[in-house]
Design a protein around this ligand. Structure first.
Ligand code: HEM
Length: 115
């Protein structure tokens, strides 16, 4: 699966905003996962070494009809970063494991300005 992960831009994400084609990003704000800066924008499933970390993008289309909160609720986050909505209703839900098969990739990391 790792090899098939792609880097998703906000532009690309926003195009997948329909019920039959719905992507949602969770925890997409880029941040450094340690003190050290790192040039590498690696797409990995674990962020064990210091590098930019962004959220996961999921294709939730197949999950749509199974979402306990309903399709309309899930659609509120379609094509966007749904983190805030997600956290407001169920911060505890383990989306990583639930949506493992739906993983599309990571948000593209925007270059950060040098301090
Ligand atoms: C309920 C999963 C996104 C709104 C649930 C439940 C699960 C779930 C497992 C049942 C929770 C429980 O009973 O404790 C997910 C996953 C998401 C997602 C994997 C990943 C994208 C969202 C988003 C919204 C939302 C973006 C937008 C508002 C709701 C609502 C409920 C619910 C309103 C019903 C809560 C209730 O009746 O108590 N979701 N959800 N969910 N979800 Fe989501």
């Amino acid at each position: 699966l790792k090899g098939r992960l792609i880097e998703v831009t906000e532009d690309e994400l926003s195009k997948h905003n329909k019920k039959e084609d719905c992507w949602i990003c969770i925890r997409g704000l880029p941040f450094l996962c340690s003190q050290m800066t790192c040039e590498k924008n690696i797409i990995t499933e674990n962020h064990s070494s210091p590098h930019m970390w962004t959220g996961f993008v999921y294709n939730v289309t197949p999950y749509m009809e199974y979402h306990p909160g309903g399709e309309d609720e899930l659609m509120k986050a379609a094509g966007t970063d749904g983190t805030d909505l997600f956290d407001q209703v169920h911060r505890w839900v383990n989306y990583e494991s639930m949506l493992k098969e739906c993983l599309v990739g990571r948000m593209a990391v925007k270059p950060i300005a040098a301090p």
